[in-house]
Design a protein. Structure first.
Length: 259
């Protein structure tokens, strides 16, 4: 019964596609394009990201660009992913950034950091390639009382109690800890600031307890039609005072200090 119900909720494009298979990238891109409600969610995220990107004239790098359309909102964006997909500018591992020192205005990503198996290695490398005054801008899963309940049923690992900031190597999407951004910037924020004094944690803003759920994400059918997006946005705005208890994602902005 449970399996049948899950199959009914799964979007037809996502059925039978292994999560780590390269074919999942164009499938996810097409799902975001087709599902109007989900596309509006991503557009909201992209506007939040673009508004925090500094304009210093240097390139901005996006990690995990496979299904993304952020470049529509940020012309000149350098797109990348760990697997090849049509339209990418470069294939790279986010733990090893092949850029000159201080050559980037920013690094941006959406739901990617929690797939990086060693965030210490990433932030150390990012500090080398992002110029002083530049930024790392992220939208990532976040741990709240509500999200703990929801993510317990998600297909990706979600371990708020993990002792370390890393996880064993696995596939590009199956390897993850959805609680990792909260562990680093919530639970262990003091440790991050001591270890990486070159990064100022400028903003952490929990968000979206409802909209992403109602969109069905990148594997399930939409639970609401696209025309209802503004209505549900108004409902979510009414819950803004409870974002630290209900938010499922967070906007995280780090600023590269001089020196």
């Amino acid at each position: 019964m449970g399996g049948t119900f899950l199959e009914l909720l799964t979007h037809p494009l996502a059925r039978g596609v292994p999560i780590d298979d390269p074919s999942a990238i164009p499938m996810r891109r097409e799902l975001i394009r087709r599902k109007g409600f989900l596309r509006r969610v991503y557009e909201e995220w992209y506007r939040s990201i673009v508004s925090r990107v500094p304009s210093g004239g240097a390139p901005v790098l996006e990690l995990g660009s496979g299904p993304s359309f952020l470049k529509d909102h940020l012309p000149g964006l350098v797109t990348s992913d760990v697997q090849w997909a049509a339209g990418l500018d470069v294939v790279l591992d986010g733990l090893f950034l092949p850029f000159a020192a201080g050559s980037l205005d920013a690094i941006v990503m959406t739901n990617v950091l929690h797939h990086l198996r060693d965030v210490r290695l990433f932030f150390g490398g990012a500090a080398q390639v992002v110029r002083p005054g530049g930024a790392v801008v992220l939208i990532e899963p976040w741990v709240t009382e509500f999200s703990r309940l929801v993510y317990a049923f998600h297909h990706e690992p979600f371990r708020p109690g993990a002792a370390d900031w890393s996880f064993p190597p696995a596939g590009p999407l199956s390897g993850a800890n959805g609680a990792l951004p909260w562990i680093v910037f919530g639970r262990d924020r003091g440790g991050f600031e001591r270890e990486f004094p070159m990064w100022q944690v400028e903003k952490i803003e929990p968000m979206m307890p409802l909209l992403y759920l109602l969109s069905g994400g990148v594997s399930m059918r939409s639970l609401m039609p696209a025309w209802s997006f503004r209505l549900w946005t108004a409902v979510e705005q009414g819950l803004a005072g409870f974002r630290w208890q209900l938010g499922m994602f967070a906007l995280i902005v780090l600023r590269r200090r001089p020196g």
